[in-house]
Design a protein around this ligand. Sequence first.
Ligand code: BES
Ligand code: MN
Ligand code: MN
Length: 458
Amino acid sequence: MQSPIEYLEARREENLAGLMQFLRIPSVSTDPARREDVRAAARFLCDALLQAGLPRSEIVETPGHPIVFAEDLRAEGPTLLVYGHYDVQPEEPVELWTSPPFEPEVRDGELYARGAVDDKGQVWLHVKALEAWLHTTGRLPCKVKVVVEGEEEIGGSNLSAFLRERRDLLRADAVLISDSPMFERGVPSLCYGLRGMAYMEVTVRGAGSDLHSGSFGGAVANPAQALATILAGLKDGAHRVAIPGFYDRVREITAREREAFAALPFDADAYRRALGVPELVGEEGFSTLERVWARPTLEVNGLLAGFTGEGTKTVLPASAMAKVSMRLVPDQDWEEIARLFRSRVLELAPAGVVVDVRTHHGGKAFLTDIDHPALRAAARALERGFGSPPVMIREGGSIPVAVDFREELKLPVVLMGFGTPDENAHAPDEHLSLENFHGGLRTVSYFLEEFAACAPGS
Ligand code: BES
Ligand code: MN
Ligand code: MN
């Protein structure tokens, strides 16, 4: 009989072809015009899970985009809940892509497409690992539930509601998420922390319409400039967030963790060069890894104001807008941070404009115990799949639902991602290393076995 690993090796081409079909569906969750594409991606995945041999796979409707739920409870032993997302970020700016974002293409051992690494590629390897077990041994090593949502990239709250309302359906012993990068190419990693987030929007309004900047400039406040003043006041010269109370609940990094971060093979200059920046800057007194993984920050995500076309136009804009997100760490409370942000912005607002602050979404930071048996099982699986034991890392990105799994469902969460930091997630030319894709397939197959053997809760 073929082993699951032999099955996967023999079916490399088919597995990749299936993923490419999945990637062709432009499931951009933030774009209302793509609603049907998002649904088509859910259907595609739902069918793929049935074809993989899971006895139950269905589309769960929500007020927003649907959730795909599948399960196979025929095995003895503990239950693993696999979570991922099938929605993707917008492809803009599309002119910067080497090949079209929804026409997947392999170049130099990398698969290029929107969603290749975040997160369709990583969802796909779970589907195919399950298929490998079911098509060879006829059974899975443990019970498996699969939850894949379509609103991760928009901070949607429908999945949280689903988790709370369907506790029985989602009963499990651990959660496995593959939606994060490894520390570096060729360095298998287990992630035990993620930052939280508060996503805000600031609008500044002046006159009822744009004005001739000659006729009116000097007589009224300029909303674009007022917004710049506000944004400039949100950080100080030492790159600290200048919002009173912002750091009050920040849990300091322990000496042990600082040592562990410092022991990782991180080359700050190579990192700087890879990013193409003249210098790395950030909060004083912290290393780059500390800044990104374990310190909060505030970042302007987008700015809109006035005339930005070719040439010139003398205009005093009627309004200006900024999207600002804050990455949070334990034990910051995102709703409190959103309130503090709001007060600070209103306090910084110069005379002559009206300022409006809106909260889009938010979530808490995630931090888990690295000694849990499920994480140890993951470490063994990574070692078998990639040939070396994983390094323990935190990440700066956010998966808000990881906190819900941990705190609402009281489940251990294993973050075992197969991306790499240089794969352009959310950016043009997003790609996925095929070597990692195959390594990830092997690792996930081994994990099912290791998890069954470590048997938490069985
Ligand atoms: N896969 C990422 C999360 C991630 C990124 C984890 C980098 C670890 C490292 C996820 O799809 C994502 O982009 N999340 C958003 C969440 C937000 C919209 C609430 C993020 O981090 O910006
Ligand atoms: Mn993701
Ligand atoms: Mn993402």
